[in-house]
Design a protein around this ligand. Structure first.
Ligand code: GDP
Length: 198
């Protein structure tokens, strides 16, 4: 499904500047530096599809990729929570994200990435609130699971499950992943494939 056929086709830098809806969209969101670019690259087997940046907050746009010759669109959402960007910029991003989520009926799921070492932060909670209130279904993905000992990883997954159990639009299953070791990638791909056939 993912093998080497992802093509970038749209960047929306400002609110409302979106491509027409066609086919299904799957979006990826997360705090800056959570490992989103690395995960998208690992998922699509393409190096530097989403440019891995060591400068947090560098990806400031919604980026749209056509995957598997139009089978679906992968949306790389701007990283959030980077303290050093200006208030105006934060506002612009928030507006752009709200505008995207509102009425995007072809958006099947948002994968919300959370660093396994740090767990859910207040800002992640804000994003989940937005998703719950827009009734956009989402699933939590724990990243950099390779940094944790196996027992610790299990504990983090249980903690994350506990944190989302009362949330309306949360998929009740947490995906532990590592783009370094490839852990969880098959499960993530399978999850996307299931969405496409539902
Ligand atoms: P983004 O800002 O969310 O796009 O994050 P990046 O993909 O640029 O990754 C941020 C940092 O985390 C980089 O230094 C990556 O090398 C590191 N990183 C990303 N994925 C993993 C992972 O699975 N395991 C570990 N240990 N580090 C990772």
């Amino acid at each position: 499904l993912f093998a080497g056929e992802a093509e970038f086709f749209w960047a929306s830098a400002k609110a409302g500047d979106l491509p027409p809806m066609r086919g299904m969209e799957i979006a990826f969101a997360g705090r800056s530096n959570v490992g989103k670019s690395s995960l998208i690259n690992a998922l699509t087997n393409r190096n530097a599809l989403a440019r891995t940046s060591h400068t947090p907050g560098r990806t400031q746009q919604l980026n749209f990729f056509d995957v598997a010759k139009g089978r679906f669109t992968l949306v790389d959402m701007p990283g959030y929570g980077y303290a050093a960007v200006s208030k105006e910029k934060v506002q612009a991003w928030t507006q752009a994200i709200h505008d995207y989520l509102r009425g995007r009926t072809n958006l099947a799921r948002v994968y919300v990435l959370v660093d396994a070492r740090h767990g859910l932060k207040a800002i992640d909670g804000d994003v989940l609130d937005t998703l719950d209130s827009s009734a956009v279904s989402y699933q939590l993905v724990l990243t950099k699971i390779d940094e944790l000992k196996p027992g610790e990883a299990e504990r983090r997954v249980a903690q994350a499950l506990e944190a989302i159990k009362k949330r309306a639009a949360a998929f009740p299953e947490i995906l532990p992943t590592s783009s370094r070791t490839g852990e969880g990638m098959a499960e993530l791909r399978a999850g996307v494939a299931r969405l496409l056939t539902e």
